[in-house]
Write a protein that binds this ligand. Structure first.
Ligand SMILES: [Zn+2]
Length: 125
């Protein structure tokens, strides 16, 4: 596959960026199975789905974290996780709504090696 920014460099499936023009080839999306939770119940874990948007390059999920201490990543032991091109992987995050106090929302952050991070907002109702 030629880099489609410079159309000069031949990318292999191990390249995260173009060595010629520096274009970043990591593409990923993060989705939560629920983005709103009632405060009055203790919810089952939230499913965090990381989708690799690249058809050529694998990504490596390095870290999943919450912006508040009442969010904990249940599948942390399996990290890092390699997600193949076009593939996806689900992680479970526990949310202790009873410890959240009056906080209205928090962020769930997913970090990918050499690919930066994406975050999704979780709201408490
Ligand atoms: Zn390039």
């Amino acid at each position: 596959m030629l880099c489609n920014q410079c159309e000069i460099w031949e990318l292999t499936d191990r390249d995260n960026f173009c060595s010629w023009c520096g274009a970043n080839w990591i593409r990923f999306e993060v989705h939560l199975d629920r983005a709103e939770l009632p405060r009055s119940e203790y919810p089952p874990p939230i499913e965090v789905v990381v989708r690799n948007g690249s058809q050529a390059l694998a990504i490596e999920v390095e870290r999943i974290a919450g912006s508040a201490e009442w969010i904990s990543h249940l599948s942390a032991a399996e990290l890092p996780v390699r997600v193949p091109p076009g593939g996806q992987h689900s992680f479970l995050v526990d949310v202790d709504t009873f410890s959240s106090g009056s906080t209205p929302s928090a962020e769930i952050v997913v970090e990918v090696a050499h690919g930066g991070s994406r975050s999704r907002t979780l709201r408490l109702l």
